[in-house]
Structures are given as C-alpha cells and as structure tokens.
Design a protein around this ligand. Structure first.
Ligand code: MG
Length: 267
C-alpha cells in the first residue's frame, strides 16, 4: 500500500467517523444557502417590495394612451373616472414573476348588474387578467366574476365583500417562458387569495385573457411570444373602482422548468 493511498484511506475513515458522530437528526439539516432577510414592519410593506401606489401620487403609472389620464386620487385612493373612452393605466416599470398585493373597492352605490357593476381588473404583463368585479349578490358567468382568471378559471369560492368595502388581492403570478424561437416553454401560472381566502391555486393559463380585439372572438387567444418583463395594467371599465396599497415583490425565481405543454398551448 503506497503512502498516498493510505493517507486517502485515513481521511475517508475520519470522514466516515465524523459523519457517524453527527446526531441522526442533524443529518437532515440544511444550513446553506441562508434565505435573505426581508423585514415586515407592522403596518408597512415588506422591505423588498416595490411600492406602486401609497396614496400620494400616480408617479409609478402612465396611461396606455399618451396624454390621457382620467384617473384621480381621492382620499388616498386612486379612482377610475368614468368617461366615454376608457383608458387603462400601466406601470412605468416592467415585471415578470411577481407577488402582488392590491386593495380595491367597488362603488358603494350599486349601479348596473353583471359585468357592468364595479368592473376593473389587473392585467399581469398587460395580458393576463385577474378580474375585479362587484360580485356581491351579482350573478354573472362564473369565469368572469371577481377573482376569476378572466374567461379561463372561475375562483374556487366567492370571497367578495359588500360594495363599498375594501377588498384585498394577494396574487403570485409566474410569467410564461418562451424559447428564442418564440415557442412556449412553460405557460403562465397564478395563485391568488381574495380577502385572505384561497381562490386560485396554481392554475395554468391557456394564453392571454380576452380583451380588446380578442374580446368578441369565440375562442380564447393563444400564447404569442413576448418580452420576459412587461408592465402591470389596471383596467378602466368605466366604473369608479378605487385602489390603494399596491405593491409587488419581484420573485426572481429560477428559470422555468421545461414542462409537457399541451399542444393547444403552443403558439
Ligand atoms: Mg375586468
């Protein structure tokens, strides 16, 4: 036995002894990497959140059509001002995977019914809408009620509060991934809580939710390759819906895992 071999054998034996000496419960412990610290002060936002509206101004937002705003700040809330030609707002910053917190309020005075009552919406990447609607005792198609992924997924339950009461959405949105050639690698996914109640659990989006030109089409629009980050958009549906406390956390998740994507999802 040469010296090098006996040295290696010795080291291996020491290592085995050391491993054996660790208490059994420690063998399942992981110490690295240490999760980053995010402070969560009472009554404030997480330290790594990007605040999109804190009641003071609309600086984080721009109208989708230049020169038109049509939203106002009233009692520290941003409110849609109904007008003949609606104008959505979008964030100046673009986002991919995000955790979103947003509070919204449908008008206390009930006007209209179905989709014409307290309608707005949040479009992740300007394309994928989670519906905002006054769904308190207001029947409509279920894949269009509050907390639905519009025309794709009804909410698991209706957790709506009465019109005029503030409501809370907490949403985790995972952006779709596309190859350099523009093929869909993995579809968008979404999990949502409405007033603290789970309403969407890791649902897979079949493509962009219908809006604009695609709204009157009989089929849901398919995926079309787009940028990895795009602005978040709030819908002006001519109803004076109010918003407050809007923030996101960029999730910086590892790259999408290749999935077995249904052929129908391919662009
Ligand atoms: Mg809507």
């Amino acid at each position: 036995m040469n010296k090098t071999f006996s040295l290696l054998l010795g080291l291996l034996t020491l290592r085995l002894i050391a491993a054996e000496e660790r208490p059994a419960n420690e063998l399942t412990e992981v110490w690295q990497p240490v999760p980053a610290v995010v402070s969560t002060p009472v009554g404030s936002v997480p330290s790594d959140a990007i605040v999109l509206f804190d009641g003071k101004n609309l600086d984080a937002w721009e109208p989708v059509r230049a020169g038109e705003i049509g939203w106002k700040i009233e009692e520290a809330a941003m409110v849609v001002v109904p007008k003949p030609k609606p104008c959505d707002l979008r964030t100046r910053q673009s986002f991919g995977d995000v955790q979103l917190h947003l509070e919204w309020r449908a008008p206390a005075e009930v006007k209209g019914r179905g989709q014409d009552r307290g309608n707005s919406g949040i479009f992740f990447m300007g394309l994928y809408e989670i519906q905002i609607l006054d769904s308190w005792e207001n029947p409509t198609y279920v894949n269009g009620q509050a907390a639905s992924v519009y025309k794709e997924h009804p909410p698991l339950v209706n957790a709506s509060r009465r019109p005029g009461e503030w409501q809370i959405y907490d949403v985790v949105f995972i952006a779709p991934r596309f190859s350099a050639e523009g093929n869909l690698l993995s579809p968008a996914r979404l999990t949502a809580l409405h007033n603290g109640v789970l309403v969407q659990h890791d649902v897979t989006l079949t493509g962009p939710t219908p809006n604009g030109a695609s709204f009157h089409q009989p089929n849901l629009p398919p995926y079309a390759a787009h940028a990895a980050r795009l602005p978040l958009q709030l819908q002006d549906h001519r109803d004076p819906v109010a918003f407050r406390n809007i923030w996101v956390r960029e999730l910086n998740l590892p790259g999408a895992k290749p999935l077995n994507v249904h052929p129908a999802f391919q662009p």
